[in-house]
Design a binder for this molecule. Structure first.
Ligand SMILES: Cc1cc2nc3c(=O)[nH]c(=O)nc-3n(C[C@H](O)[C@H](O)[C@H](O)COP(=O)(O)O)c2cc1C
Length: 296
């Protein structure tokens, strides 16, 4: 498959000189994968007025549950000012039924104007913090801001989830119905007749199954390799002897990786583990046995 390379600066070009297209976002779009949309509710420390702003978020850690906002310092001045370390915010997940409202919260309204009211959205009380959530959003995370750092044009803001509320009806919906409703994703921009960028949101479509045991550990990708081999032996996909060979070679492999990665012995072991992994994923058990037997 032929790949076309773009330098960092070429990625940013709109329109792109290499592949000029009527839509100036034609190339740019490919390099900005869809990102989950959110509405962040903050309170102005001076006017005490609520501020709501559309944004996109990234997960950080699960235990504790933290996520990252990236706030444009000049484009989102109110959210930037309101998010302070130790302060609170609500991160709400909007669905496809409030795309317009989501977008209205992105308008650069004068400080002190509550976008929630302008967009026709309604507050719902939070349980742990004095900043409300948004009734129309199926999920509202009540958060504390733990980290804020200016980073190029943006501030990266790490928020820890204190608790979350969810529309009760979501709990009995099928996963397919849910992902077709929310979360929405900021997917692309198209150019309007004035040269302005018109954002578009999307939702997920199909849910695509990923491999399971025996092509992964019983706990899926997070399980360690040696445990996977044990599980394969427990379930009789491979013999105990084969499992012992595979796991028995691991300390030597890691030692050589550190001390003599150029050695023939390391290269041979690396080829073994590569072939072995490919054979396991292909469910080719005779080859797994045969490859391992060579290391008896
Ligand atoms: C779907 C969507 C996603 C957005 N994502 C971000 C974002 O991640 N960071 C950001 O600073 N602005 C983002 N914006 C733009 C802000 O919502 C916009 O700048 C807003 O006016 C900021 O308001 P504020 O000054 O009240 O904070 C997004 C807008 C939309 C419609």
């Amino acid at each position: 498959m032929k790949h076309v390379f773009f330098t960092h600066d070429q990625i940013q070009e709109r329109p792109n000189k290499r592949y000029a297209a009527p839509d100036p976002f034609q190339i740019h779009y490919h390099f900005r994968p869809a990102r989950p949309a959110n509405l962040v509710v903050t309170r102005d420390p001076v006017t005490r007025e609520l501020n709501v702003s559309a944004g996109t978020l990234g997960p950080l850690t699960w235990h504790p549950y933290t996520m990252c906002l990236h706030i444009n310092r000049s484009g989102s001045p109110h959210t930037y000012a309101n998010l302070t370390i130790g302060g609170h915010c609500v991160i709400a997940l909007p669905g496809r039924d409030i795309v317009k409202e989501t977008w209205y919260t992105a308008l650069q309204l004068p400080r002190g104007v509550n976008e929630l009211e302008v967009a026709g959205l309604t507050e719902c009380p939070s349980n742990l913090i004095d900043i409300p959530g948004i009734s129309e959003c199926p999920v509202n995370f009540e958060c504390i801001v733990e980290f804020k750092q200016d980073y190029y044009s943006h501030a990266i803001v790490f928020c820890r989830v204190l608790g979350a509320s969810i529309h009760e009806k979501v709990l009995s919906m099928s996963r397919e119905e849910v992902v077709n409703w929310y979360p929405t994703y900021e997917v692309d921009d198209v150019c309007n007749e004035f040269g302005g960028s018109v954002e578009r949101l999307g939702v997920m479509g199909d849910l695509l199954e990923c491999p399971r045991f025996p092509q992964a550990t019983k706990s899926c990708w997070s399980g360690k390799f040696d445990k996977w081999m044990e599980q394969l032996a427990d379930e009789k996909y491979i013999t105990v002897e084969t499992k012992n060979i595979i796991n028995g070679l691991l300390p030597k492999y890691y030692d050589l990786l550190e001390k003599a990665p150029e050695s023939n012995e390391y290269q041979a072991l690396k080829a073994f583990y590569t072939q072995l992994s490919k054979s396991i994923i292909a469910l080719d058990w005779p080859t797994v046995e045969e490859l391992s037997a060579r290391w008896k």
